[in-house]
Design a binder for this molecule. Structure first.
Ligand code: ATP
Length: 513
């Protein structure tokens, strides 16, 4: 399936099966804002729990908080967001469409990357089993030329953005002859900076209202609470503070479904460390976060690191974990070595000391910070788009199946009476009553059982449990596995253990070891 088609399928499947709806759809929706539906809310919660368990529960040195979305406005002066949380925007004068200048340039580079992929595919065909991709990519003159070009473009863009030389960003777009992707026009305006924070007001009367921002990241709620948590939790460095919650950004272009939204959710962890140890912790968290991703089995080949050339104002090292979405490799998570920038800034703006007294060294210092920051909605899209497959079956039919990792699936098992009579629904409902203490389970008695299986496959339910006439005799049921479609006869009393073995968080998270 072409990638565009696959992406369209993902979006329509998400709606049809109650995962994601457009916000305020009856009013024709609100741009780049989405609602999670009955199944989506469960999947999102399960991803959040999976992250929280790995980050907080399994780490005795990391604790979780839940800070408010509203923060004192000086927070955002101190963090640099008022002055520097900008994206470079450019308008096309003919189409009147607005773009992020850096994204236009990055997309241009992605096209060159596509050419490299084609060269690799051609060579693979030519050399067969003897093909060594690494050697080919590091020696083939054409590929090397493409790589050099990408490097040249990205490093020039990085330097221009860092120096706020927006005229050069425009010059680069013109030199590369980048055209409006929708219309092909090259009639561009100058590049301008655009602040991404949403403003609002606190207070009843207009004169006394205070200007506030909706937080553009959850991290600052952690920094301003650093000392409170450290003291009340008697935390010793190195230690981390984690939180999940909503963040808001007035994105210039918000396409690609839930990949880039104006209201989204982050799962962030700030790890406070001794200055000078940041390199070692950067490597540690890169490896640990990649292990977390791989524990879900979405395919190691679908992830890659992308080290930053252009560093944010607060960072001394940064990398993205990129995922292969239906529209290509894009950022899923950021890992940033934030130095002592944030704590120092908050010290300066608040006038309060935010230092740590190290008993071993008998000295105080401002800790350095290592951050891991992942978008929950992007993780949702990664999991969901990776899971949706169209499978050809032996009898020349196809089935649509959502192969969600069982630990994340919204519904763990569906209980199906074979027919709606002979007491079978009563037994099925009793099984439902017993299992719902431990798992989110569903009951379905409508349509032929084959159609019900298909419905549950498309819904991502890992198990179907069928109650039939033999059940009346021997208290056994059929349990069918979503991915293999294999069916087994098991005792009703064994169901709980069978399901637990596959959906238990422990079973999955242990793969991180
Ligand atoms: P991008 O370059 O894609 O705009 P970013 O580098 O600005 O992302 P960060 O500020 O590092 O993103 O935020 C951390 C994580 O939050 C990102 O890796 C991403 O998963 C998520 N995220 C950021 N912006 C959005 C958004 N508009 N919608 C959904 N998720 C987002």
């Amino acid at each position: 399936m072409a990638n565009d088609d696959q992406f369209k399928k993902v979006i329509s499947h998400a709606k049809e099966y109650g995962y994601v709806f457009q916000s305020s759809e009856i009013y024709d929706g609100l741009s780049a804002v989405y609602d999670y539906a009955q199944n989506g809310a469960e999947l999102k919660k399960n991803i959040r729990d999976y992250w929280w368990k790995a980050m907080v529960q399994m780490n005795e040195h990391i604790v979780g908080i839940d800070a408010a979305i509203f923060m004192h406005p000086t927070t955002w002066k101190a963090s640099g967001h008022v002055d520097a949380f900008n994206d470079p925007l450019i308008d096309n004068k003919d189409s009147k469409k607005r773009y992020r200048a850096d994204v236009l340039i990055e997309d241009y580079c992605a096209k060159i990357e596509g050419k490299i992929d084609k060269e690799v595919a051609k060579a693979e065909k030519r050399f067969g089993d003897a093909f060594n991709k690494e050697e080919f990519v590091s020696t083939n003159p054409r590929v090397l030329g493409y790589l050099e070009k990408i490097n040249e473009i990205l490093s020039r863009m990085g330097k221009s953005l860092e120096a706020e030389d927006l005229a050069d960003v425009k010059a680069l777009i013109e030199e590369l002859e980048i055209a409006d992707p929708l219309t092909g026009s090259r009639n561009w305006t100058d590049v301008k900076q655009f602040n991404l924070m949403f403003g609002t007001k606190l207070g009843a009367s207009a004169e006394h209202a205070m200007d506030l921002y909706l937080r553009p990241e959850t991290a600052q709620g952690i920094f301003v609470n650093f000392l409170n948590v450290q003291k009340t939790g008697r935390m010793k460095i190195p230690f981390g503070i984690a939180q999940t919650g909503k963040a808001f950004r007035n994105e210039i272009v918000a396409r690609q479904f839930i990949f880039r939204m104006r209201e989204f959710e982050q799962m962030e962890m700030q790890f406070f460390i001794k200055p000078g140890t940041q390199k070692e912790w950067f490597d540690y968290w890169k490896e640990t976060r990649m292990k977390w991703h791989n524990s879900l089995g979405l395919g190691e080949e679908n992830y890659r690191f992308h080290d930053h050339d252009k560093l944010a104002h607060y960072a001394d090292a940064a990398t993205d974990i990129e995922f292969k979405f239906p529209f290509g490799f894009k950022e899923l998570e950021g890992i940033h070595s934030r130095t002592d920038f944030d704590l120092k800034q908050h010290e300066e703006f608040s006038g309060k000391k935010l230092q740590y007294f190290d008993h071993e060294d008998n000295a105080s210092y401002t800790p350095y910070v290592l951050e891991t920051s992942i978008g929950l909605d992007r993780m949702f899209l990664a999991v969901f788009s990776n899971a949706l497959v169209e499978e050809a079956l032996d009898n020349n039919t196809t089935r649509t199946v959502l192969k969600l990792p069982a630990v994340l699936a919204p519904v763990k098992a569906a209980i199906l009476p074979l027919v709606k009579k002979d007491g079978l629904p009563d037994i099925a409902k009793q099984i439902l009553e017993d299992l719902k203490w431990d798992f989110n389970v569903d009951y379905d008695e409508k349509d032929a059982v084959g159609r019900r299986y298909r419905r549950q496959d498309a819904n991502g339910t890992p198990f179907c449990i069928t109650v039939d006439h033999d059940t009346l005799e021997d208290n056994t049921v059929t349990i069918r596995h979503r991915d293999t479609m294999e069916q087994k006869r098991v005792k009703i009393t064994d169901l709980k253990d069978i399901i637990k073995a596959e959906v238990d968080v422990k079973h999955w998270l242990q793969k991180m070891k």
